[in-house]
Design a binder for this molecule. Structure first.
Ligand SMILES: Cc1cc2nc3c(=O)[nH]c(=O)nc-3n(C[C@H](O)[C@H](O)[C@H](O)COP(=O)(O)OP(=O)(O)OC[C@H]3O[C@@H](n4cnc5c(N)ncnc54)[C@H](O)[C@@H]3O)c2cc1C
Length: 341
């Protein structure tokens, strides 16, 4: 019989598990129920009992490695912790969030245990034997993977499952001891852009995409790039949306055109860009070309604002298209958002 282990880690505050970890808990619960398998959850962080507060309601066996050395993300300590938890659970299938913290250690952990790993997993199913799916070729081809090798490590993509939310309660957590490996890296602190400057927000409910139209000549024969920048930032500020862009718009900087200074290629959505996951998306001043829309694969409800009634969005790529001037629509939206606050 399979033994399933979900590995989970603390967020930057150290006080809670990351949402992505809780999503992976849901994936583990569903798989364990399907296979009639045992489920264990292994926690890595500073204070395991606090982190495990909502997990008793999963009915899973709780294991933890905690302490000062495991507060911070660091290859040596995280790999040692994940290895020890996998051994303690005698896991045949290990699910872990495909987070920056775990993605970099898990291939090494799988190797230490003589197992195999697959990454960017979207769904885990199968009847008698587990099967995992992931996308290839810019999310155009879906592969269903099955393996007989054990332990099988699966890194689950964010946004693929609902986050587990259970009643908080006293948690009986089994402490696993691990010899702290020799540590060469010390974490001296975080340097991150201010929240307002951070335009990529993976947890946002809405993805707002800006297209090249924002910098093109408008009906008055002039460009209005400065106004466009203010409208877009105003909308992001008011709504908390994440900012995506078309390739044409982010490319303009390198071509010497006037650009929106807060956009980089990291914002680019599409075939040669990102494939973000958000419940809703709003494209503005963007034509809806196929290489761009490829990146909308995991966006739930899609809306677009374009002046062109023949744009790609109107050809079945969006649920709702407003044939309207995005400058006017976003100005009105910002007014409404400001009134709501
Ligand atoms: C191999 C390959 C890979 C590619 N990969 C990507 C990729 O990863 N991501 C990507 O985005 N693109 C990619 N592209 C480019 C893609 O094909 C498109 O050229 C690009 O996405 C178009 O960007 P756009 O819609 O912003 O600009 P445009 O095509 O210039 O469209 C601008 C739109 O804005 C509208 N508009 C203008 N003013 C207003 C206004 N006031 N209100 C409302 N609407 C207005 C116009 O009507 C027009 O529809 C790729 C292309 C190739 C060949």
């Amino acid at each position: 019989m399979e033994k399933i282990l979900v590995l989970a880690h603390a967020d930057d505050s150290g006080a809670s598990l990351t949402r992505h970890s809780l999503e992976t808990v849901t994936a583990g619960q569903q798989l364990a129920a399907k296979l009639g398998a045992e489920l264990a959850i292994g926690i890595v962080g500073g204070e395991a009992a606090t982190l495990a507060k909502t997990l008793p309601s999963t009915g899973a066996k709780l294991l933890a490695i905690s302490g000062e050395a495991f507060k911070q993300a660091r290859y040596a300590t995280d790999a040692a912790a994940c290895e020890a938890l996998s051994r303690a659970a005698a896991a045949t299938i290990v699910l872990a969030p495909h987070s920056a913290r775990f993605a970099r250690v898990m291939a090494g952990v799988a190797h230490r245990l003589g197992g195999l790993i697959d990454t960017h997993i979207g769904t885990i199913g199968g009847d008698a034997a587990p099967q995992a799916s992931r996308w290839f070729y810019r999310q155009r081809i879906e592969a269903i993977l099955a393996r007989s090798a054990r332990p099988w490590f699966l890194l689950v993509d964010a946004g693929s499952y609902a986050a587990f939310a259970g009643e908080a309660g006293g948690a009986a957590v089994e402490a696993i001891t691990v010899e702290t490996p020799a540590v060469r890296t010390t974490v001296s602190g975080f340097r991150a852009p201010k929240q307002d400057e951070q335009t990529i927000r993976p947890d946002a409910k809405l993805l707002f995409v800006a297209g090249a139209g924002w910098t093109k000549k408008q009906p008055d024969g002039q460009t209005h790039v400065e106004e466009a920048g203010k409208l877009i930032l105003g909308f992001l500020h008011g709504s908390g949306a994440s900012l995506g862009s078309s390739k044409s718009l982010v490319d303009q900087g390198s071509e010497g055109n006037s650009v929106l200074p807060f956009l980089t290629h990291l914002n680019q959505v599409g075939q040669t860009g990102a494939t973000p996951r958000h419940p809703k998306g709003l494209a503005t001043c963007c034509h809806g070309e196929e290489p761009h829309v490829v990146g909308w694969r995991f966006i739930g409800q899609r809306r677009a604002i374009s002046l062109d009634p023949n744009c790609g969005w109107t050809r079945g790529k969006a649920d709702v298209v407003y044939i309207a001037d995005a400058f006017q629509v976003v100005a009105k939206l910002n007014e409404l958002l400001a009134a709501k606050k």
